[in-house]
Design a protein around this ligand. Sequence first.
Ligand SMILES: Cc1ncc(COP(=O)(O)O)c(C=O)c1O
Length: 387
Amino acid sequence: MKDLRETVRYMMTPGPVEVSPRTLQALSSPVVHHYSQGFIDFYDETTGMLKKVFQTKKDLIIMQGEAVLGLEASVANTIDPGDRVLVLDNGPYGAWFGIYVENHGGEVVRLKEEYTRALDPDKVKRVLEKEKNIKVLTLVHMDTPVGIVNPVEEICKTAKKHGVLTIVDSVAALGGMEINPDRWNIDICICGSQKCFSSPPALCPVSVSREAWSAMEKKKRPIKMSYLSMLDYRDTWIKKRVFPFTPFVSEIYAIHESATEILEEGLLNVFARHRKVADAVRDGVEAMGLKLWPESRSFASDTVTAVRVPEGIDDEKLREIMAREYGVLIAGEVPGLKGEIFRIGHMGYSARMENALVAVAALEKALLRLGFPVKEKKGVEKVLEHL
Ligand SMILES: Cc1ncc(COP(=O)(O)O)c(C=O)c1O
């Protein structure tokens, strides 16, 4: 098949990320029938491994679709028309939960925060004390377009005290940064295969608590026999060992291999690697005279670095030069913040020092080309200090 990468050799986007060579190889394994005993055992093993990466003992389902399927399904399966949902909004993905809520007839109670800051648990507490009958709270663990990590543990603890169900989008953090659905009181925790797992975009693993299953059952009209249904996974696969529909066999091979790689390295080592690479990239971009988008490093993500586009620089041109001349693909195009942010992803297989070095070097060169007064090699030197 034709190689579609064109000039790109370093996919430093915040997802999809470069698929690891082992996972690529797993993808090419022969496709077996999904009801062969071998595959059923393999699927079970995959679920068990994903639970380890999630650090959960709750049920885990592998929804078949891009991560947004899990985001919409988490809302659709838990709310009835008229239910009130507290939507925590300090980034584009946080805001989009509000659209799912409205699409499914819920009432949005929105707590907005500056897109340069993490959510404030005290503000959440005050809203929960003031507002009555909030059924569900939604938040994003790490809002990728702005590169900000939220205090999920504290917020969900408060939500639980108020009997509120918690939905957390950890699509771009789980597998790269600490999260613990059980200890952190997360009822529905959503991930995606194409981020820290370094698998292709295809699967959406979701952990589901007993309280969440119960809310789904108690809905006036529970969602069943639907691609959005979470109950279908429980009632067929978990209870009866029957798949709700044909599983994506090859994608299960892929995520099994990705989870194997993560567990072989060890979760703590994986988190430490992401931190190390993130620190190097952050130091590198700041040494060039650029500003990070998050107001404080204390809530800057370890899986992506969001950077302010300097005045007078066309970020599209910047990204184009990086990709064409140096083979480094980074991301921009943040909805509502066009031309203000560019993002260097360092998640999963892309979270490697050599990638950090190449990305920072290419960024320096491209900025120089566009006339930004960067001190050449200063960023690179900073990254080298982290090796
Ligand atoms: C926080 C977050 N949630 C969900 C998604 C899934 O959306 P997409 O369709 O862009 O992969 C992403 C992807 O970037 C994300 O970063």
